[in-house]
Design a binder for this molecule. Sequence first.
Ligand code: IMP
Ligand code: MG
Length: 185
Amino acid sequence: MKTEASLTYFELLIPEEAIRKRIQEIARTLEADYEGKEILLVMIMKGSLLLVADLIRALQIKVCIEFVSCSSYGESGTVRGRLRVNGLEQINAEGKHILVVDDIFDSGHTLLGVIDRLQKMQPESMKTLVLLSKRVPRNVPYQPDYVLFDIEDRFVVGYGLDYKEHFRGLPGVYALLLENLPTQN
Ligand code: IMP
Ligand code: MG
């Protein structure tokens, strides 16, 4: 998407330099918070892919990785579909220090659905980390433990986040100007 025209689809919100710097900061915080412990990082695919790749290279403590993917069935109009979490059967969370990582905290249903299911496996501890948290009113009484950036309520892509599976590889986070996108069939 490095074409002249793409400039009108995206508005840069968070440059890659800022992400890199913030990952170093959060890595130091995690090292202090998990001193002497081993993290079982559960990544929510696919949006957390780039964040996890960069975070584990910045961390100087022991980290093992597992992953889940989420889908909502029966999603139509304003009715939210039931969250399905795939891959839980591969995870042994009992007695572990779980850190669930997702790309964005929007309504909160995805992250809460995942931690709810993992909690049943009796981990030693459970925390959450997200790249972005949208400033939106929520009816869930929960905040992720670690938030790299708070953003306004706009649809964003890049650094793992997609629009219909596109734009995950953009190095920064961009607001997508949906109204400017060419219509697709
Ligand atoms: P929630 O369940 O409403 O918190 O939504 C979380 C999931 O929705 C994320 O894991 C993303 O996959 C997706 N999502 C929410 N907002 C955006 C956005 O602005 N851009 C891309 N994906 C988003
Ligand atoms: Mg997505």
